[in-house]
Design a protein around this ligand. Structure first.
Ligand SMILES: [Mg+2]
Length: 212
């Protein structure tokens, strides 16, 4: 018995490995102003935050003038977009996963905390755009994850019940968002772990009533 109608994917850390890209782009934007974030500090304190949140931390802890936030943010987005064609390449097991799920009759959507242009360019560069009937960016909602709005909005637009949606997420804010939306969730460690077998076994466990 199939109990899931739609599968909703987070993007960064799930279908796109963008942590290093965001780290490099931010440092490229900070360089002209004499600032640099170490790789360890980025992983520990900045990963998963928006650029604006990262810049606010740098103003508090490293004295970055707030008047530079707009310019650095623009530069960071520009460097991110420039790096997408080389960093976001098609991955066979992701294309296989989305293609098999579509064949199996599931409807697919993408819900990301990134800005619209980054979402569009990343999934196009990874050759995943044709699989999704809906993509939502942080510009399509008011409250980003961990708030449940983005997942509830996807369910509403697709006209599916939240409890018939399965979400694939890689971090605590995303899991909180999906759980608060009343959806089933699987947590993956990184994009390598996002395989058809992993998702199919979660679907099977839900059908048996053995999964949350
Ligand atoms: Mg993520």
């Amino acid at each position: 018995m199939k109990r899931i109608d739609a599968i909703l994917f987070d993007m960064d850390g799930v279908l796109i490995d963008a942590r290093h890209l965001h780290y490099e782009a931010l440092n490229a934007a900070l360089g002209p102003f004499g600032l640099e974030i170490s790789h360890d500090a980025h992983l520990a304190n900045f990963d998963g935050l928006s650029t604006r949140q990262k810049l606010a931390i740098l103003s508090e802890t490293r004295g970055l003038p707030a008047g530079l936030h707009g310019l650095i943010n623009e530069l960071k987005q520009k460097f991110t977009l420039a790096k997408i064609p080389t960093h976001c390449r098609p991955v066979f097991h992701h294309r296989y996963l989305l293609s098999r799920l579509t064949q199996d009759g599931y409807r697919l959507a993408l819900c990301s905390n990134s800005v619209r242009r980054t979402v569009d360019e990343m999934i196009r560069s990874a050759d995943l755009d044709s699989f999704f009937e809906l993509t939502l960016s942080n510009e399509d909602i008011r409250s980003p994850k961990p708030h449940p709005e983005i997942y509830l909005e996807a369910a509403k637009r697709m006209q599916v019940q939240p409890d018939r949606c399965l979400v694939v997420e890689d971090n605590v804010n995303g899991i909180r968002s999906a759980t608060a939306a009343g959806m089933h969730v699987i947590e993956v460690a990184d994009p390598d772990a996002v395989t058809y077998d992993r998702v199919a076994s979660a679907l099977e466990a839900i059908a048996r009533g053995a999964a949350p």
